[in-house]
Design a protein around this ligand. Structure first.
Ligand code: HEC
Ligand code: HEC
Ligand code: HEC
Ligand code: HEC
Ligand code: HEC
Ligand code: HEC
Ligand code: HEC
Ligand code: HEC
Ligand code: HEC
Length: 422
């Protein structure tokens, strides 16, 4: 490549002549500013050599005072292309894909350098990258994997906190999808290309992209930005516990945890999946299409019986809450005071939610405890509702009797008046 370039020099020099004129003009217009012949020249060049002033001014490096030469080397004060882009002035020539991590790392792995600009910026990206599948494969000569610029872009590279950054949480999934959802590009690798499609249907995508809930995960929350898995998580499969702590606590104490580990099964992911996680319902505990237990347990065995017990427990409580709700709603709309029982219903519903978390212990005694707590409250509320209805009926009878009495009196009065008139 270098040899080729040097051979082309005399020929290229002629081509540069016209551009040099333009550069002179641009330099005059930009008088007073630090000269940047690279930008002056390249902003006039067509793609892929073109880098416009407008684009580069969006780049965090440009905003922090770095120039083209900070990354590419060369002499930005010279309008002569042979001098500006000379190896003697440190010009690096075309930056090959496999050199990119090293180039970015030359600054970003240097804490003393980075601290001058931003003391809180991490400097482990390159180290982490080396541990990722991308990094390992690149080192082995596979240049189709993601390098720094595939995720971050180049020449209009923004800080991740900028909503327009390709690595801002709301944009990450699209950035990964450029390769991972492209079956043509990923041909020859033995991994699926459905991660983005599935993620797009998940509860997590719904929370993050639709509801703007930044506590929900995108690709890199689970897979790590640069490394193999986020810090503190030894395997991607265990990442769920970072956020779903209550379910994880229960699961960690269950006999499934050990049994799954022994069989190298991926924990939560066995029952919930990884990319297309949907809102679970009690049907997961059933025997229909959404069922997850029967892939391992046999109909009628002890675990299957426990499963059926969990499911019927949950649906019994759900029914109890609904019946109490119905009675309370009618009582309330008839003007009866049932606010205390209404509050109780919230507690009953909390017990149901808790029971659905406790499912992850897979222990009858613990699950029954939550269900029983909810059943007791729902039963009490139902009684309160029914009492209110009885009270309402009493009042209605009372009202009816007094209405009839008033009617009779009025009729008597009317007859009496008629009689006097007669
Ligand atoms: C007078 C115009 C001019 C100036 C000044 C100039 N360049 Fe270039 N640059 C070019 C042209 C034209 C090419 C394409 C050369 C070729 O194909 O041989 C190029 C190619 C490049 C390439 C791509 C090499 C490749 O093979 O893909 C890089 C990178 C580059 N220039 C960076 C710089 C930097 C950095 C500076 C400033 C230090 C600079 N240029 C100054 C005109 C210029
Ligand atoms: C933060 C480092 C950085 C800065 C600053 C930077 N570049 Fe680059 N540039 C790169 C990298 C990395 C590549 C290779 C991108 C790739 O292959 O994906 C590149 C590629 C190029 C290319 C070759 C494009 C091609 O496809 O062959 C040109 C030309 C270029 N840069 C010019 C410039 C000019 C002009 C400036 C200043 C306006 C500039 N660069 C500023 C890192 C930088
Ligand atoms: C010449 C040194 C240098 C090189 C080479 C370099 N950077 Fe930077 N980079 C910086 C500096 C300085 C900052 C500003 C840090 C700050 O103030 O936040 C920065 C900022 C960033 C940021 C924003 C960080 C933040 O959150 O503020 C990202 C992302 C980034 N660089 C990625 C890259 C990538 C990718 C490459 C390679 C294409 C690269 N950098 C090459 C020096 C460099
Ligand atoms: C697979 C995509 C991907 C690759 C490859 C990648 N990054 Fe990042 N990078 C990200 C994401 C995502 C973030 C974090 C965004 C956030 O903070 O929400 C990030 C953040 C950063 C930051 C800001 C500080 C930080 O660590 O959070 C810097 C600097 C950075 N990357 C540099 C690099 C460098 C240098 C390379 C190459 C060695 C690289 N990145 C490769 C996706 C990537
Ligand atoms: C430039 C294309 C490209 C981009 C962008 C990209 N990847 Fe990759 N990725 C690859 C290729 C190619 C592989 C190697 C496939 C393999 O491992 O067989 C890979 C491998 C992986 C693997 C390992 C798969 C395995 O089990 O072997 C994970 C995980 C991964 N990428 C996640 C991501 C995430 C998350 C993002 C976005 C932040 C991303 N990638 C962006 C191309 C890309
Ligand atoms: C909720 C966490 C989570 C999110 C979000 C997530 N992944 Fe994954 N991903 C996983 C788990 C768990 C695995 C399975 C790893 C294993 O079995 O060791 C996996 C596997 C993969 C693999 C390996 C191939 C495969 O499909 O099994 C790739 C590539 C991948 N994910 C890319 C992505 C991309 C791209 C996104 C965003 C569109 C994404 N992931 C979002 C958790 C997640
Ligand atoms: C970064 C935090 C985070 C990680 C990691 C994470 N989740 Fe979530 N998860 C959330 C958030 C936030 C929601 C949305 C809660 C809501 O709907 O209000 C959610 C929702 C869910 C739901 C639906 C809950 C419901 O009631 O509808 C399930 C199931 C789920 N996640 C399972 C998993 C599994 C399995 C993993 C690991 C593969 C995982 N999550 C990883 C944060 C996370
Ligand atoms: C053996 C199967 C299984 C495993 C393993 C499993 N779950 Fe669940 N999970 C379920 C079932 C079944 C439900 C649905 C309960 C219901 O709604 O009736 C559920 C519900 C959930 C919910 C939402 C319901 C709620 O209200 O709590 C979340 C979040 C969740 N699981 C997270 C996890 C996490 C995190 C792990 C790993 C620590 C995990 N699950 C492991 C079967 C499993
Ligand atoms: C991937 C296979 C697999 C799935 C899916 C699975 N189990 Fe299990 N389950 C096991 C294994 C293995 C054991 C341990 C058996 C033993 O210790 O004898 C077990 C044990 C149990 C036990 C006994 C727990 C104890 O503490 O004694 C119950 C109850 C149970 N499972 C219920 C369920 C329910 C409910 C589901 C669905 C939500 C489910 N299982 C899904 C494999 C599975």
């Amino acid at each position: 490549m270098v040899i080729l370039r040097n051979k082309l020099r005399p020929f290229s020099a002629a081509r540069y002549a016209g551009l040099a004129g333009f550069v002179l003009l641009a330099a005059c217009l930009g008088y007073g500013q630090t000269p940047n012949s690279c930008l002056d020249c390249h902003s006039a060049l067509p793609d892929p050599l073109g880098v416009s002033q407008e684009k580069f001014s969006q780049d965090i490096h440009s905003q922090k005072g770095l120039t083209c030469a900070s990354c590419h080397g060369g002499d930005p004060t010279s309008d002569d292309p042979d001098k500006a882009m000379s190896r003697k002035a440190g010009w690096k020539g075309k930056i090959e894909r496999k050199q990119i991590p090293q180039l970015c790392g030359s600054c970003h792995s240097d804490p003393t350098y980075i601290r001058q600009f931003n003391p809180s910026l991490r400097t482990d990206q390159l180290d982490q990258y080396h541990t990722s599948v991308h990094g390992k494969r690149l080192a082995a000569g596979d240049t189709k994997v993601a390098v720094c610029t595939d995720c971050h872009s180049v020449h209009d590279l923004r800080a991740p906190s900028d909503p327009r950054s390709t690595v801002n949480p709301v944009n990450v999934a699209n950035t990964c999808a450029r390769c991972h959802a492209d079956a043509g590009y990923m041909k020859g690798y033995s991994i699926p290309t459905d991660q983005f499609a599935k993620y797009s249907t998940s509860v997590h995508h719904e929370a993050l992209a639709v509801r703007g809930d930044l506590s929900a995960p995108t690709c890199t929350t689970c897979h790590g930005n640069h490394g193999a898995a986020p810090p503190g998580v030894d395997k991607v499969q265990n990442v769920c516990s970072n956020c779903h702590a209550f379910q994880a606590q229960m699961y960690d104490k269950s006999s499934h945890k050990e049994a799954f580990q022994a069989a190298s099964l991926p924990g939560c992911v066995v029952c919930h999946g990884n990319h297309g996680i949907s809102h679970p319902t009690d049907a997961k505990l059933g025997t229909g299409p959404d069922a997850v237990c029967m892939q391992c347990h046999k109909p009628g065995d002890a675990c299957d019986q426990a499963r059926a017990g969990f499911q019927s427990g949950l649906s019994r409580l759900d029914e109890a809450i609904k019946s109490a709700n119905q009675v309370l709603a009618v009582a309330e709309s008839s003007g009866m005071e049932v606010s205390e029982a209404r509050l109780g219903q919230d507690q009953a519903r909390d017990s149901l939610t808790k029971a659905r978390v406790t499912i992850h212990s897979f222990r009858k005694d613990l699950i029954d405890q939550d269900i029983q707590a909810g059943m007791t409250i729902a039963a009490k509320d139902l009684v309160a509702g029914k009492k209110a209805m009885v009270e309402r009926n009493h009042r209605r009878v009372g009202l009816g009797v007094s209405l009839i009495t008033i009617g009779i009196v009025l009729a008597g009065l009317w007859l009496y008046v008629k009689k006097i008139e007669g």
